[in-house]
Design a protein around this ligand. Structure first.
Ligand code: SAM
Ligand code: SF4
Length: 333
């Protein structure tokens, strides 16, 4: 069947096939690189896009060539009955991957429902194995629950990866134990550089630990890493293998080595705004269009306009860079 919509191609020829859907801005922890210590209020239920609306937008975007969706937040598992959304998305022809990024705390109790609903990939964030460092980063207790979540995911057939973020003053020493943890379970761990998207606006270059610095540390302990190449040129991580073939490691370096030229992502916020970049300062209101009864063609036009207005690059290192108004948990990481 031919699609009614043309692919979403921006002014620099980038074809957009990957969508991040934030299902909530709420979270059960307060990572200092993302959220403020105190949040006055999260979006009320009435402001969150309904599952009907999310499914409709995803259907339109899949008709325009999107083939991967990642559910995120806030903490996506804070959204009740998330498996029902997964199951609705799983019925969309042409959508090949339904992934989720989670802090893992509520995962153990939801794992079976998510698998049965059709989730295909799961990234679990894990920045440390030490309770004290977990508390320092997330301002909450609960590392045990995260670890239980990881073990429950490992019992499934899903593709499981770990995501780690290193802050120089807090968890630099954790990178080696984290790599060991991933290798013991024969899974991938990816380190992502700290980006200026924290609600506290405390980001500074000295807290960023670059992928190159981490790779040098890891090689000191585990020997030379072998570059694995990129099967998908749009994937932001540089992945490496270990000499003994156990596990794998990737570095996502948006600060030290921006990968904007191959970016294929667009984002839908929990309150129904489309964004063409994490660092964009403009949003396109699809929620308002749905509420006023607009057609699928109009939703496509809004998405197309959003993509056509995408900048070439985020420009974090330029003097004119301004941190976006919304923080990571409000956009969807
Ligand atoms: N709550 C879920 C979680 O933590 O996995 C999903 C949402 S969270 C915003 C998604 C990812 O964004 C996490 O892996 C987190 O480490 C990362 N993240 C949050 N703030 C960030 C920042 N300022 N720079 C880089 N990555 C960040
Ligand atoms: Fe919550 Fe994820 Fe942000 Fe941490 S990174 S505060 S877990 S949304």
């Amino acid at each position: 069947m031919t699609s009614p919509f043309l692919p979403l191609i921006d002014g620099f020829g980038r074809v957009h096939t990957s969508l991040r859907v934030s299902v909530t801005d709420a979270c059960n922890i307060r990572c200092r690189y993302c959220m403020p210590a105190m949040v006055n209020s999260f979006l009320p239920q009435s402001k969150l896009l309904s599952f009907d609306a999310i499914e409709r937008i995803v259907r339109v975007l899949v008709a325009a060539g999107v083939c991967k969706v990642r559910l995120t937040g806030g903490e996506p598992l804070m959204r009740p009955d998330l498996d029902q959304l997964v199951s609705r998305l799983n019925r969309i022809e042409g959508l090949h991957q339904i992934a989720m990024t989670t802090n893992g705390m509520m995962l153990a109790g939801m794992m079976d429902r998510l698998v049965n609903a059709g989730l295909t990939h799961i990234n679990i964030s894990l920045d440390t194995l030490r309770e004290e460092a977990f508390r320092q980063i997330s301002r909450r207790d609960g590392i045990e629950r995260v670890l239980q979540g990881i073990e429950s995911a490992l019992k499934t057939d899903l593709v499981v990866r770990l995501n780690a973020l290193v802050l120089r003053d807090i968890n630099l020493e954790d990178c080696i134990p984290l790599v060991e943890f991933a290798r013991d379970r024969n899974i991938f761990i990816r380190f992502i550089e700290f980006m200026p998207l924290d609600a506290d606006r405390n980001w500074s270059q000295d807290q960023v630990v670059s992928g190159d610095e981490l790779r040098a540390r890891v090689e000191t302990t585990f020997g030379l890493l072998t570059p694995l190449g990129r099967s998908d040129p749009a994937q932001p991580a540089s992945d490496y293998g270990f000499a003994d073939g156990r596990g794998g490691i990737g570095f996502i370096d948006p600060v030290s080595k921006p990968f904007c030229e191959s970016c294929n992502r667009l984002r839908l916020t929990a309150d129904g705004k489309l964004r063409n970049c994490l660092f964009g300062r403009e949003e396109w209101d699809v929620r308002a269009a749905i509420d006023s009864g607009e057609s699928d063609s109009r939703l496509y036009e809004i998405a197309s306009d959003c993509i056509k207005n995408k900048f070439a690059a985020h420009g974090i290192s330029t003097s004119s860079f301004q941190q976006p108004e919304r923080a990571m948990y409000q956009i969807g990481g």
